[in-house]
Design a protein around this ligand. Structure first.
Ligand code: PHE
Length: 462
């Protein structure tokens, strides 16, 4: 048993995994990617990436955690030693834990915007909004470092507090309360959207394939998003697996979580697009879809003030249950390595995330003219925030994923994975996928990401 205990039940374990997976990726990013890349054709490609890469890797990460029963770095070290392999494989744990901190430092900024928008919506700011004002309001927020700092600080503080309270009293409590609230709000919003005359159009947009708009960019975006949306490559699933009760069949738990993540992403689309269509707006607005198009839409429909507020509250809850899983690997490492109290370890990591977050925060205002990689990186767009996101989604996540697939599929003995996963046809299918399909698909993404020529393409895709 790990030092910090176990989830109180298999149900809580699965709920926590879903809580981690379900986040800004589903509600903010997935809908805008779908909008940008031609609706349902993108959805289909995404589903294929989830099945071939996402699901096998999620099983692998959960299994590594449960086998190692430690913070990801020590879990990997322990398993490698048990298998008679080099301790160097703990690099998977290192990459994951560090990437988790980096992701969180950028995630917190968007989480902060979401919090700000809860209050804006509740205050009726969206009422009768026009496109120019919506854009200006968004720029006023991102252009003001002081306001961003307040939201960023609050977001990091809540995350740190939850993680600092421990597995049962912090993480599990947060999941127990936030998840039902989040799902209820989503239910209300979809119900509301269902009543909109544009609902059918949204369903068609999401579910009727239009392959004409599908291209290489879309493929890469779908693969990268599968990683991000399932919280892979940052040690989150490894540490959540470390707390999984022995009797949970991981080969069943992972598909449930993946299915829930995907379905909820689609439902978020069903909540958003009818409103967007109803207001006569364009679904392919990109990252601004949620913070510019949607307020515009909410401002123009009856009951928009309440539904808008609920929507952004849902976004905040989803972001929090993800953020805690990004912080946990690094916090548990600091605890184990220096034998620190959890609260202290969490505070230290919180300060680190907060400080790193300043790079992203300032990218939208005072440092928006700074391009750390110069012209080498997509001229004109490479702020610290852009560069961080690119390195994380384009390089670090696929690299960690690739190493994980190689380690689990080729270096660890199949006997070990069979014991952990229980054998059967599901196990054999998984082994084939993790050995062949996953490394090839991830390798492709990775090669694209490091090829200088393709750098631009990848960026476009992100
Ligand atoms: N899966 C989360 C989302 O969709 C993001 C995340 C990434 C969470 C990595 C934890 C770890 O928003």
């Amino acid at each position: 048993m790990p030092r910090y205990g176990l989830w109180s039940s298999p149900f809580m374990f699965v709920l926590a995994v879903i809580g981690s997976a379900l986040g800004l990726g589903n509600i903010w990013k997935f809908p805008y990617l779908v909008g940008q890349y031609g609706g349902s054709a993108f959805v289909l490609v995404y589903l294929a990436c989830v099945a071939v890469v996402g699901l096998p890797l999620m099983v692998a990460e959960l299994m590594l955690g449960r086998r190692g029963r430690h913070t990801p770095i020590y879990s990997l070290l322990r398993i490698a030693r048990e298998e008679g392999l080099s301790g160097g494989w703990s690099v998977i744990g290192w990459l994951g834990s560090i990437t988790g901190i980096l992701v969180l430092s950028t995630y917190s900024i968007i989480g902060g915007w979401s919090m700000a928008y809860v209050f804006r919506s509740a205050a009726g700011t969206f009422h009768g909004l026009d496109a120019v004002t919506a854009a200006r309001q968004f720029q006023e927020l991102t252009g003001d470092p002081e306001r961003l700092l307040a939201w960023h600080t609050l977001f990091v503080a809540v995350t740190t507090l939850v993680v600092g309270r421990g597995l049962r009293h912090g993480i599990e409590e947060a999941v127990r309360w936030f998840m039902p609230v989040l799902l209820t709000i989503l239910g209300i919003l979809v119900f509301y959207a269902h009543g909109q005359p544009s609902f059918d159009r949204a369903v068609e947009f999401l579910l009727r394939p239009d392959f004409a708009r599908l291209d290489g960019y879309a493929l890469l975006a779908a693969l990268g998003h599968a990683f991000f949306s399932l919280s892979l490559g940052v040690g989150a699933m490894v540490i959540y697996g470390a707390y999984a009760p022995e009797r949970v069949p991981l080969l069943a738990a992972a598909p449930v979580a993946v299915l829930a993540d995907t379905l909820i992403g689609l439902l978020a689309g069903l909540a958003i697009f009818p409103v967007v269509f109803q207001a006569g707006l364009d679904p392919s607005a990109g990252p601004g879809l949620i913070f510019q198009t949607l307020p515009l839409a909410f401002g123009g429909i009856p009951g928009g003030q309440l539904t808008g507020t609920l929507f952004f509250a849902m976004l905040v809850f989803a972001a929090w249950t993800s953020a805690i899983s990004m912080l946990e690997p690094a916090v548990t490492y600091v605890m184990e390595r220096w034998r620190l109290e959890r609260a202290l370890a969490a505070s230290l990591m919180g300060v680190l995330v907060w400080s790193l977050g300043l790079l992203s925060l300032l990218s939208f205002n005072l440092w928006s003219h700074l391009h750390p990689l110069g012209d080498w990186f997509t001229p004109g767009r490479g702020t610290f925030f852009d560069v961080l996101i690119f390195f994380v989604t384009g390089l670090l996540l696929p690299l960690t994923g690739l190493l994980t697939a190689i380690f689990v599929g080729w270096r660890m003995s199949p006997d070990t994975s069979r014991i952990e996963l229980g054998g059967g046809w599901g196990y054999h299918l998984w082994l084939i996928l993790i050995r062949f399909a996953t490394p090839v698909a991830v390798g492709l993404l990775f090669l694209q990401a490091i090829g200088l020529v393709d750098l631009l393409l990848v960026w476009e895709a992100l």
